[in-house]
Design a protein around this ligand. Sequence first.
Ligand code: SF4
Ligand code: SF4
Length: 159
Amino acid sequence: MDTTIILRARSCIGERTPMLSDCGALCGAACCQPDEDGQGGVYLFPGEEALFAEADWMRIQPAEFAPMLVCDGRCDRERRPLGCRIFPLTPVRGEKGWTVRMDARARAMCPLARSGRRGLDPEFVRAVRRAVRIIAEDPEGEAFLKRWMELEAQYRFEL
Ligand code: SF4
Ligand code: SF4
């Protein structure tokens, strides 16, 4: 997928975050905390890998689902991946097209998960929905969104 689509989706979200205040202060930025092995990862969208060629705060490792960006809990915020920007929301295709819902994977660590979408800044929710729809305009992007949705659904049923 053309990186300009990723950049459009990123800029659509802009500086918006799940809450108007820094939600990371609630939880010690739990979603950025490394695993026991000192690393954390987020899957990259198609074409997104090319945007990280010169970054020194991360590395990209192959994974079955998609290339995964691995960091140690710190990053150049301006360049963080789209997957980090949309969390704790996740894309879902409903009857009226692509929208977003709370990511089942957030339940394990995000204090915002319990209150659902209504607990988030509505501007953030709208911006992430728009970003998802930008990705969905591209056939490769939409195929990836469908796989992302299926992956997330596995966690939904496991919990
Ligand atoms: S875990 Fe949730 S509340 Fe904490 S920084 Fe991430 S999105 Fe914000
Ligand atoms: S890339 Fe940045 S926002 Fe994403 S998990 Fe790492 S530290 Fe957090």
